[in-house]
Design a protein around this ligand. Structure first.
Ligand SMILES: Cc1ncc(COP(=O)(O)O)c(C=O)c1O
Length: 416
């Protein structure tokens, strides 16, 4: 199956394994939290996949933009112009960050969920999805009544075959698929999925919520038609998200929200002329600072470089996986047998403990924050055999080997 897998160098290169410090400064890194024995310990955040902390550089840009903040788009005042320029520049920074085409539309949304709801509003036909998706990439399509859900197979190779069968059976407008599972972190090969969709005359939408902070993406060079992601998962937790992609369906769709900013002209008798482009779907006052924060995060991530980020996360993941494997009571969750690449996420269950008990123990006794539950992926958890839920740990730029060791020691104590 290696033909369809993109194997990054850090998966094959050897690494020192001696331990790593945080790769970037995040706001609140030294925050302490209370534990049951009455002491305060530094919070160990293992819930990055839900919401990553703000990068310090993002907070600095945000604060500067806040200091010059004024109305956006229609103000003649100097600071209105500065704010408008920042907002529109953020669009271009995002386009460049994800390798968008010059004529792609970049819409700022509230988050990934909002971005996919917008896409669902615009797609002119059936949508094929896998059953491994976060509800955000399932329910909006189902609501249109045009979703066709394919069951993922134990290998990605067989999953491609199942998708191919569905796309051959009846044409679809779109294949909408996650780039990285929010339950297991497994990274799906985007190029293979894109080629498959295009072979069958469908477009592809990539849910990049768990990917774009961790792996490079290039819409133009991969041929990906649409990409969505959330600011709060890319170290910019200020309430904005992104839909970027081909403009024709978006321009043909009715405006997502009706209101000011989306209109070129309104006449009570003659009717309303709506804008095309991003403005068509951004009625109302936009979240300027959220968009600026995403752009700042994109700049910071780009400056660090995905190679370094890949090595950092791989180091931590190897340490975490080896540590978890040494704990007999821990069973990891996995979707595919033939996918090697994972972002910094591990889903698992612990014999003898409900997921919530594990999460509460880690928090109350050790000041460690993890996620438990079904991660808004109920169909996947049920099919994997864990309808009651699991534990998920996830990390990123602010995580060190010391954090991983603390987590492993706490789990060892719990399961001893
Ligand atoms: C893969 C994936 N898609 C979509 C979402 C939804 O993101 P948001 O809550 O920012 O809309 C998440 C959130 O966890 C996710 O992990």
């Amino acid at each position: 199956m290696t033909a369809v897998l993109d194997t990054p160098a850090y998966l094959t290169d050897s690494f020192a394994g001696a331990g790593v410090t945080a790769l970037a400064d995040v706001v609140g890194a030294e925050q302490t939290v209370p534990t049951v024995d009455g002491t305060a310990v530094r919070y160990a955040n293992f819930d990055y996949a839900a919401s990553a902390p703000a990068l310090s550089e993002v907070a600095a840009v945000f604060t500067e933009a806040l200091g010059q903040y004024a109305s956006v788009h229609r103000g003649a005042g100097h600071l209105s112009q500065v704010t408008t320029a920042r907002y529109e520049q953020a669009r271009e920074t995002v386009r460049s960050f994800v390798g968008g085409r010059a004529d792609d539309t970049v819409v700022f949304t509230r988050n990934t969920t909002d971005a996919i709801n917008l896409a669902a509003h615009a797609v002119p036909g059936d949508v094929v999805v896998l059953d491994i998706e976060h509800h955000a990439n399932l329910l909006p399509w189902q609501r249109t009544g045009r979703a066709r859900v394919v069951t993922a197979q134990p290998t990605f190779a067989d999953t491609l075959v199942a998708l191919e069968a569905e796309l051959s059976r009846t044409p679809a407008a779109l294949l909408a698929v996650t780039a990285a599972s929010n339950v297991t972190g497994e990274v799906l090969p985007i190029r293979a999925l894109t080629a498959l969709a295009h072979r069958h005359g469908a477009r592809i939408l990539i849910d990049g919520a768990q990917l774009v902070a961790h792996r490079p993406v290039s819409l133009a060079s991969y041929g990906v038609d649409y990409l969505v992601f959330s600011g709060h998962k890319v170290y910019a937790p200020f309430g904005a998200g992104v839909l970027i992609g081909r403009s024709d369906w978006l321009d043909d769709a009715a405006p997502y929200l009706a209101g000011g900013g989306a209109t070129a002209h309104v006449d009570l008798d003659a009717g309303t002329d709506w804008h095309t482009g991003a403005a068509r779907h951004e009625a109302g006052s936009p979240n300027v600072l959220g968009a600026v924060a995403i752009a700042a995060a994109a700049d910071t991530i780009k400056n660090l470089g995905f190679e370094l980020i890949g090595y950092h996360e791989r180091d931590l993941l190897t340490r975490l996986d080896e540590g978890l494997a040494a704990l007999d009571a821990v069973t990891p969750l996995q979707i595919f047998d033939d996918v090697d690449d994972r972002v910094g996420i591990a889903g698992f269950v612990v014999d003898g403990f409900a997921a919530r008990e594990v999460a509460e123990y880690l928090s109350n006794h050790h000041g460690i924050g993890v996620r438990d539950g079904k991660f808004c992926a109920h169909p996947l958890l049920t099919r994997l055999g864990y309808p009651e839920g699991a534990v998920r740990v996830s990390f990123g730029l602010g995580t060190s080997s010391e954090d991983v060791d603390r987590l492993l020691a706490a789990l060892a104590e719990l399961t001893a």
